[in-house]
Each structure stands twice: as structure tokens, then as C-alpha cells.
Design a protein around this ligand. Sequence first.
Ligand code: CA
Length: 235
Amino acid sequence: MASTDEQPFILIAEDEPNIASFAKMYLEAAGFRVEVAERGDDALASIEEERPDLLLLDLNLPGVDGFEVTRRIRQGGGAMPILMLTARDDAVDKVVGLELGADDYVTKPFDPRELVARVRAVLRRADAPAEALDADVPPVLEVDDLRIEVGPREVFVKGDEVALTPKEFDLLTALVQARGLVLSREQLLEKVWGYTFLGDSRTIDVHVRQLRRKLGGACPIETVWGTGYKVPARR
Ligand code: CA
């Protein structure tokens, strides 16, 4: 956020007027400044011009769809938080959206209190990404062929940079920092996403899978069945 005395600005990209105005009403009541774009191309133009603090994004949009909107934001290196709006039974959409770099999703029809709580959590985390890290993190973390430069948020495998989304970076860093310890999905949600109340762990699992795909054999994350994930202790 630009400054603390400014209202955070949320862009809603949603072509269903009822859903857009319902979300807008509750978010405004919660103290946010809100605009609605009914098309994906309009949303991209607004993002370029107005730099919203958070994008609430329907996937099935006219013009440019939500997947493409997400891809373009992340390709340009944008770290703006993206919360997808998805239909309850669209498991594939959720996974694809997360893989493209959305931070998380909210299922329609949503409880407005949950929406506001999620938006607040995502903004809090985006405003202070360092909170996901312990106070005394060394500036560089290394595990075998993997090197994490914490300040510039860059990750290298054998010297080659690997492009990670903001959440992939935070998740990897949290696990590497906790080296040798198992972190449960709940602990990771709290550490990286700022949620403490969420029952759905698909978001975490998709991000871990993406890290494994992007880092290949250099990915140090192990699944601990029934518990969570860990990076093994130094040998
Ligand atoms: Ca739609």
C-alpha cells in the first residue's frame, strides 16, 4: 500500500453485476476503496493506470479471461495480490489459477465476512511480506544447488534464476528457514498467507507442486504424510 493513511484500493474484475455490487458494498463498508471492471481488458488497463492494492478476479470474464489477466500480471513481474473468485465445483480452475500465480481463491457464493477477512489477511501479508520470515533471516539461504536471495527475492538453481510467484517464494523461504522441522499446512497458511481459520489446504499443495515443477531436482521440499511439508536438516 502506498501509505497507511490512504484507503487500500481494491479492483473487482467481475462481469456478473450482482456479485460485483455485493462484494463492492461489503468491501466499502469495511473501509476499502473499490472499483469494478466488467471485462478483463478493462481490468488490465485499470491495473496499469491505478495500481490497485489487490485484485479480486473472476476467472470467466469477457475480453481477456481471468487466467490471462493473472498470467500477464505475473509475467510483467507484478506482485499485486490476486484473489480469484471461483465457482464451488471448479477444482480445475482453482488449480490452474493458483499455478498461474494467483495468491488464493474465494468460492462463490461467498460469505461477505469471509471475503473481507481474506482481503484483509492478503493485504496485511502483502504489506509486510517480511513477517513471513523470522527476524534474523540471513540474506542468503542455500540448500544444495538452490540459492535464495532474500532481499531481492530471487531464487537460483545452479546459478540460473528461476521465476517464482510471490507466494511460491514466501512458501519456499519459510520452509527452508524452518529446515529440519515439519510445518503443517495450517502453520504454512498462517505464516505465508496470514490465515488462521482456513480448512482448505489445496492452495498450499498446488504451490508446493509448482515449486517442485519449477525447481526440479533442486526442490528440497518433502511431503510428510498426514502432517505437512519439510526441508530436511543439513546433512
Ligand atoms: Ca463471469
